[in-house]
Ligand binder design. Structure first.
Ligand SMILES: Nc1nc2c(ncn2[C@@H]2O[C@H](COP(=O)(O)OP(=O)(O)O)[C@@H](O)[C@H]2O)c(=O)[nH]1
Ligand SMILES: [Mg+2]
Length: 194
């Protein structure tokens, strides 16, 4: 499998249709979205950054059987209200209008308690009946004995069962295979309108 970057869009009216199931990635800026895409692709196809808030576009990555769609990171504190509202509406119009959307991965930092932005996103997905999984990133930063505690804490904070939380480390290659299997389950079911 070779994955590649296929393009970006900055306006709801330019949302692409690559004619294959889409797995969207959402999460606060700096949570590890680009790094996860590179880890799944086993190649450097997404730009990563130590500076939060650099991705303001919807980026499309072709994984042959499906497309990963990297949405702008929300909750970037230094952005002004107009910018925040612009990204918010771009994210929401993509999620409501893409006819190929098959599943959403909501990335959250495994070291943190549940954040308001993430709860809002999950409520939005529930409200619109969009299927999603929570991916707990940077699990390598938690000592092994405390990982299960962090997963249970996230599950109860989001009112989900722990089977919906996928702990991963892009750096140490933890959890990537089970996440990939999860993705394929939804890819096989097809997009929203297919
Ligand atoms: N330790 C560790 N650091 C990570 C992991 N994933 C991402 N990071 C770091 O987190 C920062 C933000 O990552 P990035 O992928 O650019 O986040 P994005 O803004 O959500 O796309 C970078 O410094 C990454 O190296 C991980 O699994 N483990
Ligand atoms: Mg990024």
């Amino acid at each position: 499998m070779t994955a590649k970057f296929v393009g970006a869009c900055s306006k709801p009216s330019n949302i692409k249709d690559l004619n294959k199931p889409e797995i969207a990635i959402v999460g606060r800026s700096n949570v590890g979205k680009s790094t996860l895409i590179n880890a799944l692709a086993k190649a450097n196809i997404a730009r990563t950054s130590k500076l939060p808030g650099r991705t303001r576009l919807i980026n499309y990555f072709d994984f042959e059987k499906f497309c990963l769609v990297d949405l702008p990171g929300y909750g970037f504190a230094k952005a002004n209200k107009t910018e925040q509202a612009g990204w918010q509406s771009l994210i929401e119009s993509y999620l409501l209008n893409s006819k190929n959307l098959a599943h959403v991965l909501v990335l959250v930092d495994s070291r943190l308690d549940v954040q308001d932005f993430d709860v809002q996103m999950i409520n939005f997905l529930f409200y619109h009946s969009i299927s999603f999984s929570v991916v707990a990133t940077k699990i390598d930063k938690i000592v092994k004995s405390k990982r299960i505690h962090s997963i249970k804490n996230l599950a109860s904070g989001f009112k989900l069962g722990i089977e919906n939380i996928f702990p991963v480390s892009a750096n140490l290659n933890i959890g990537l295979e089970s996440l990939y299997r999860r993705i394929i389950q939804f890819v096989d079911l097809g997009g929203k309108n297919v």
